[in-house]
Write a protein that binds this ligand. Sequence first.
Ligand SMILES: [Zn+2]
Ligand SMILES: [Zn+2]
Length: 395
Amino acid sequence: MSGVFRLPLLLALLASTAPLQGAQRREPECPWCEKGDAAAIGVVGHGPMPLLSKDSDDFARAYSESDWMFLETVHFRLASSLGGQNLSAKDSKRLEADLERLRTAFPKMPKRLRKLDPWLRLHWTAMRLEDFYARFQRLLGVTDADFPESRGDDPYMGDGRYLGEKEKFEVLLHESRGTHHRATEDNTGVRVTDSMRWHHRSPHKLVLSVPAVDSDLRQDRWLLPHLVHNLSHAFLAAYKHFSYDPPTWIDEGLAHAMEREIEPESWTREGEEGTYQERGRSRPWDQEARSLVQKDEAPPLAALMRKHTLGELEADDHVVCWSICRFLIDQHPGPLAAFLGGIKGQLDERGYPSGKDLTGLQRRLLRELWDWSPVDLDQAWREAVAGNPAHFPGP
Ligand SMILES: [Zn+2]
Ligand SMILES: [Zn+2]
């Protein structure tokens, strides 16, 4: 007889736990997607979705002191606990084109908007990150179609659809430093104060965690270029699969260039404990670069190529790395794309990705693609800086 009663009891238990789990998730529904066409701005959905080692439900439970929203796009998965963002008249002007695109996706959006609510703000962020993904693909001279699901060798492009990684890029946006502290500690073993990016091994993907709590990062005008700087590093790391670190000078120079295309005054710095953002602390960098060239104080590329960590870069080095990258992006985009493909896709004799002798590899690629030595590149860059200042789109 007991067996007869056991089954209803089990069913009753299942019935009572299922709604409880739902309540614990505390995920409000997106009020915009159901009334609009979110696919128009690259949105795939709001989960549940894979995130870190498990999924978004698990993430919401683990960091339940905040309310989390999740959003998946074609190339990203985002978790955000950020609130809404007020729009001043200036902000509305600056974001006019973006707001128009959002309105195309969500026709119910009011014509005059004083505030982006948390959900709308998250969709705006996702749209701009997808814009940046497309921008970085243009820099690399690639499209999604270049990346196979799994490794092939003709040509070698990594091991996955997302620039060569298996999974989409994950971005965690925290309203409080507490959840950022714990998320970094739980996933990397290190409790980090400022923004941090890391490579998640199983499955392979790049993750970025950002505490948007300091005065600048609370505002989207400064948060977005900070995300772009960090994602520039993450994308280059991911390109053809993250197997070794790319050369520091070009990694940092490109990150500055991408960040300043979004906001010319933004300056994300790499500290001991992650990356943070400052602004308005220097002359415009195009003027700085010109002045270094005129005074003959610019560090030569050969010296920059010998610096293998971000901590070794001096303030002037940052300006010169940015300026050389700017010169290559603007005047040599084709060879630059080939150069980036070459430094990220080196294979050893057995076909394994190898970061061996990257300095030698860069010298060979410079010779092959431009017929330049590092000194020749210095010279071409100096002439461009001195002779054609208008060329550099500084602030
Ligand atoms: Zn939505
Ligand atoms: Zn950086």
